[in-house]
Design a protein around this ligand. Structure first.
Ligand SMILES: Cc1cc2nc3c(=O)[nH]c(=O)nc-3n(C[C@H](O)[C@H](O)[C@H](O)COP(=O)(O)O)c2cc1C
Length: 197
């Protein structure tokens, strides 16, 4: 599969089979994630790969509970809500990759905004690499629903902020073209208000 097809069809894959993902493939994903652009090539990203069933259950249960509470409080329907499904079944994902970074860029005046900048391009590379390898993945911020517990359970130092949580597994549903606006709605040639074509 070429890179264009992978980008075109790398839908958020929230429904995953329980089959384990070989360690070599997880390493390969992280290899390609860490080819991404990053501020000043500081490469502050760290990848924590969670496969341990007990730890997955502890973190997954807390995130699922947080989603149940939020949906109930807001009177939202959980039926057929794929984001809710992913949160409720997080513990069943064969692997969950957390991407985080310390606030160390630029070295002369570290700025917390660079933590996300350090991690997000790696996350997108990982999504595209997973698609090319036939693996399902979703770019998420699910850790935010149980941040303290994630740090404690995975023994992540306090000063390392998690920016992304990416559940990985073999897809249970089919990949397909992502739905995005046509480019003629978002391209502006030479001036913003000027010609669209
Ligand atoms: C910064 C960011 C945070 C996201 N957080 C979540 C999330 O917490 N849960 C989730 O299910 N999807 C999450 N997504 C995935 C988007 O919802 C998804 O990419 C978007 O709805 C488009 O769907 P598609 O990629 O399948 O075309 C996130 C994406 C980004 C870029």
């Amino acid at each position: 599969m070429n890179v264009f097809e992978a980008m075109d069809t790398a839908r958020a894959m929230r429904y995953l089979k329980p089959d384990p993902v070989p360690k070599e493939l997880l390493e390969k994903l992280i290899y390609y994630a860490s080819r991404a652009s990053n501020p000043g090539n500081s490469q502050l990203w760290q990848f924590i790969v969670l496969q341990d069933e007990d730890k997955k259950r502890r973190i997954g249960d807390a995130i699922a509970q947080s989603f149940r509470d939020t949906f109930e409080r807001q009177g939202l329907d959980t039926e057929g809500h794929s984001g809710y499904y992913l949160a409720a079944h997080l513990a069943q994902a064969p692997a969950i990759i957390f991407i985080g970074a310390r606030n160390e860029y630029p070295p002369w005046q570290p700025d917390k905004r660079f933590v996300g900048s350090a991690c997000y391009p790696a996350g997108q590379n990982l999504i595209v690499a997973a698609r090319a390898m036939g693996l399902g993945a979703t770019f998420t911020t699910l850790h935010a629903a149980a941040s303290k517990l994630v740090h404690e359970t995975l023994e992540i130092p306090e000063e390392l902020s998690i920016a992304l949580t990416i559940p990985i597994g073999y897809p249970q549903r089919t990949f397909g073209p992502v739905r995005r606006k046509p480019t003629d709605e978002i391209i502006h040639w030479d001036t913003f208000s000027g010609g669209k074509t």
